[in-house]
Design a protein around this ligand. Structure first.
Ligand SMILES: Nc1ncnc2c1ncn2[C@@H]1O[C@H](COP(=O)(O)OP(=O)(O)OP(=O)(O)O)[C@@H](O)[C@H]1O
Ligand SMILES: O=C(O)C1=C[C@@H](O)[C@@H](O)[C@H](O)C1
Ligand SMILES: [Mg+2]
Length: 191
């Protein structure tokens, strides 16, 4: 039996499911932190449905995020993001990965705080930069100095992400191991 499906592990998932009582689990943090990839693994471990606000926005708008930014502008993207997240937060038993700017919006943050349990996936600049450099689908980083832009976003946003219920480090270890860290931290938080 693999480490992932050990009985002890599933007992932990079951205990967490009971303590959450259906409340949505929300992952917040910077682009590249692993919200989407770790979120999927977390949902699989907990037997929950996985949703991603970026994907839901793209579905609703029938456009990619870079297209929304280019054709409609960031304010309209943010308004759509708040609408989509408030709709998704009505669902029970979900793991929701949010876009990097979602929790920074005061309206979205208030909604998350009132109806979900939030997890900040925290990573440092070098880890984030290496990860986001693999793809060019982040409109906010299309600047002359993307690393400097990322650094500034980190400085502005980290105090806000710190308002999440718990913080888990997203290191360069297997994503499943980060998902296990999230479960441990949540069990401790909801003990
Ligand atoms: N623990 C990890 N170790 C190595 N690579 C990772 C890890 N977690 C995520 N990654 C990689 O980092 C990249 C970004 O991850 P992901 O798309 O999940 O981030 P995100 O937080 O959802 O970002 P965004 O806010 O832009 O949607 C992906 O290529 C993913 O495979
Ligand atoms: O950090 C951000 O503001 C963003 C992160 C992505 O997930 C997308 O939501 C979009 O590219 C904006
Ligand atoms: Mg994502």
């Amino acid at each position: 039996m693999s480490k992932t499906d050990s009985p002890a592990r599933s007992a932990r998932a079951k205990a967490l499911t009971e303590r959450l009582g259906g409340r949505p689990l929300i992952l917040v943090g910077m682009m590249g932190a692993g919200k989407t990839t770790v979120g999927r693994r977390l949902a699989a471990r907990l037997g929950r449905r996985f949703l991603d606000s970026d994907e839901e926005i793209e579905k609703a708008a029938q456009m990619t995020i870079p297209e929304i930014f280019a054709q409609r502008g960031e304010p309209e993207f943010r308004a759509g993001e708040t609408r989509v997240i408030s709709r998704l937060l009505k669902e029970n038993d979900i793991v929701l990965a949010t876009g990097g700017g979602a929790f920074v919006n005061p309206e979205t943050r208030a909604l998350v705080k009132s109806s979900a349990v939030s997890v900040w996936l925290k990573a440092d600049l070098d880890v984030l930069f290496e990860r986001v450099s693999r793809r060019s689908n982040r409109p906010l980083l299309k600047t002359a100095d993307p690393k400097g832009t990322l650094e500034k976003l980190i400085a502005d946003r980290y105090p806000i992400y710190a308002e999440a219920d718990i913080t888990v480090l997203s290191r360069d270890v297997p994503q499943d191991s980060v998902a296990a860290d999230v479960i441990s931290a949540l069990l401790h938080h909801l003990r």
